[in-house]
Write a new protein. Structure first.
Length: 399
């Protein structure tokens, strides 16, 4: 009888204990297994280096003893920017590798391909590297947080800038024919309203196309005085170069995913890129104005140790570094409760977080109703040798 009472009490205690490490796939007393999918090869491999940046930062965490005594096992797979491969990898990570959650998966199409599957499996997807507007709907994606300023916010910032700088001009938009590109176009439509069809000419391209030369030539012939390029680095570089070759003296704006000097401006030609504008939340580690900044100095030391031989002008590594800092913060906030419920709860509980490589004035705040890690940008212009910031910190409501 006494033995039965003991067993009953033990059962009650067990059922009353919250789901912690031992109950979560991928979490043991010594390890947290996390998954990531990136285009480490193929046409988008320049931005895929975000994954290598995250891996390097994870290594630095492990070298410092891990999180609460646990090392991070970050399993990264290469989808070559292919949605079917992304889905295949997601299934492997969940069903074979048994990860605790997905972190920093890169690419709008890839994240779209796996979203329903991961939601059905109740796997959190933290700090996904896409600004696709649909993912910012916290109600529709309750297990997701986003790791880029939304394309809607970014596009509105650019549209409002052009309306101030070139109030009577015609604008051209070259966009990737997927959710990434269309979100930017829709942002311009929201700002320009009824004037959009009269003042904006667009041309799309598929991510599988070899070049966008013909689209650029067609847009130039419209007489537009500004060109906004909404795509990935390979095509942004082609467009900048082709515009210069044809003598098109347009004001050129590129989107943040294409803002890397190494990934976009160098292939386009640094001389061809003079005057190019983009928004960023980050300090430029190559800008001499930040040479004595503690956050930048720490990043450069990290880069020399963990990414030696890589090109520091590819700021996809910096994005990965910042993603790593976000991962570290979320896991620290979890304490010893690494249940999936607590992981997403902590990812949505970032309060006035300042990353040392972010521009002054940019803070991170997430909540149950706001799953966007970044919401602010500052405009900057390429001088030929460096990015020069101008104006104020902006968000979607900025005039």
């Amino acid at each position: 009888m006494f033995r039965s009472i003991q067993l009953a009490c033990a059962l009650i205690v067990a059922l009353s204990v919250p789901c912690r490490a031992s109950d979560t796939p991928g979490v043991t007393a010594t390890e947290i297994k996390i998954g990531g999918i990136f285009p480490l090869s193929g046409a988008a491999s320049s931005i895929g280096q975000v994954g290598r940046g995250v891996l390097a930062y994870v290594q630095s965490i492990n070298d410092r003893g891990g999180i609460n005594g646990r090392k991070i096992n970050y399993v990264t797979l290469d989808d070559a920017y292919s949605p079917p491969k992304a889905f295949e990898h997601a299934r492997r990570l969940v069903e074979s590798d048994e990860i605790a959650f997905m972190f920093s998966q890169l690419g709008t199409a890839g994240n779209t391909a796996v979203a329903k599957y991961l939601a059905a499996k109740k796997v959190p997807t933290i700090a996904i590297v896409t600004g696709a507007t649909k993912f910012t709907n916290a109600k529709d994606y309750p297990l997701t947080t986003t790791g880029l300023v939304s394309y809607d916010t970014e596009g509105k910032i650019y549209a409002k800038y052009l309306m101030r700088a070139l109030p009577t001009a015609k604008y051209a938009i070259l966009f990737q024919n997927d959710d990434l590109g269309r979100d930017y176009v829709n942002a311009f439509k929201a700002v320009l309203g009824a004037d959009f069809d009269k003042r904006v000419v667009t041309a799309s391209y598929e991510a599988t196309e070899p070049t966008v030369d013909s689209q650029v030539v067609a847009l130039k012939s419209s007489g537009a005085q500004a060109l906004f390029i909404a795509g990935t680095p390979k095509f942004a570089a082609q467009a900048i170069r082709r515009a210069a070759e044809t003598g098109w003296k347009a004001t050129v704006i590129i989107n943040f995913p294409s803002s890397s000097v190494a990934g976009t401006l160098k292939p386009a030609g640094l001389e061809n890129s003079v005057g190019v504008i983009v928004g960023t939340p980050n300090k430029d580690p190559e800008d001499q104005n930040w040479k004595d900044d503690e956050g930048v100095r720490t990043y450069r030391a990290f880069f020399d140790r963990y990414l030696a031989g890589s090109d520091i002008t590819n700021t996809s590594y910096l994005t990965g570094y910042q993603q790593g800092m976000l991962l570290e913060q979320v896991l620290k906030q979890c304490g010893d409760d690494f249940s999936r419920d607590n992981i997403i709860k902590q990812a949505k509980s970032l309060k006035n977080l300042v990353l040392p490589t972010a521009l002054p004035g940019i803070r991170i705040n997430t909540s149950e109703n706001n799953n966007m890690i970044w919401t602010q940008l500052q405009l900057q212009r390429w001088t030929g040798t460096r990015w020069e910031q101008f104006g104020e910190i902006l968000d979607a409501s900025s005039e």
